[in-house]
Ligand binder design. Structure first.
Ligand SMILES: N[C@@H](CCC(=O)N[C@@H](CS)C(=O)NCC(=O)O)C(=O)O
Length: 218
């Protein structure tokens, strides 16, 4: 059985977990934090999560893992059957992750973890995000799903990452760049959260946050 390594606060961990739950693929969760310890590096070369362990070996990078799952379970519609629709879904995943989330990630240290980010980084990130959001707006349909009327892997990627972009920009710049651009990510997340797999991911994330703040207090 696949073992999924990581922790419930990680958006990329939650993306893979959502896919596994959504498609009823059996898996076991193993708690591990991202780390430069040899014990983690032995399985995930950059020490990032998620990674999975399978009978055939280890695999990291969430999108690579999703592609592996899709090939290993051809009976599960992880990607649309139509090649063009599947490519459009992959295109949206790339936009969300590469042009939005990965850019906003430079803000997280200050936005979420009590650290500081230089004004230079903030200015550069604001520019790059404005560019990325402009492209994303031209591509995403929200009809009601990202790719149109069909729920796809792009929605799983967006569900776990758009809130981070919105919240990080709201905290750092005093305005939510997504909402300002007319992207109602809160309504969209509510829609996706109607799915049982999304509810489980959200509940586990919430429980993780509550447990971490309780352990800080005690
Ligand atoms: N491109 C990677 C990103 C994974 C990633 O950045 N994970 C974060 C947790 S959400 C992490 O492990 N951060 C620690 C680090 O970058 O060293 C993927 O899709 O899996």
């Amino acid at each position: 059985m696949i073992q999924l390594y990581g922790f419930a606060l990680s958006n990329y961990y939650n993306k893979v977990k959502f896919v596994l739950l959504e498609h009823g693929i059996e898996f076991e969760e193993v708690f591990v934090l991202a780390s430069q310890d040899e014990a983690v590096l032995a399985h995930s070369p950059l020490g990032k999560v998620p990674y999975i362990r399978t009978d055939a070996g280890d695999l990291c990078e969430s999108e690579v893992i999703v592609e592996y799952l899709a090939q290993r379970h051809p009976d599960k519609p992880i990607f649309p059957a139509d090649p063009f629709k599947a490519a459009k879904a992959r295109e949206l995943v790339t936009f969300v992750e590469l042009h939005l989330e990965l850019v906003a990630r430079d803000l997280y240290k200050e936005a979420f973890f009590g650290g500081t980010v230089t004004d230079e980084v903030k200015a550069r990130t604001a520019k790059r995000l404005a560019h990325g959001i402009g492209g994303f707006k031209r591509l995403a349909k929200f009809g009601p799903y990202l790719a149109g009327d069909e729920f796809t892997i792009a929605d799983i990627a967006a569900f776990v990452s758009l809130p981070l972009v919105g919240m990080a920009t709201a905290t750092i710049y005093g305005r939510d760049f997504l909402l300002d651009a007319g992207i109602d990510w809160k309504g969209y997340v509510k829609l996706i959260n109607q799915r049982p797999a999304a509810q489980r991911v959200s509940a586990d994330r919430k429980a993780y946050i509550e447990a971490s703040s309780a352990s800080k207090v005690s």
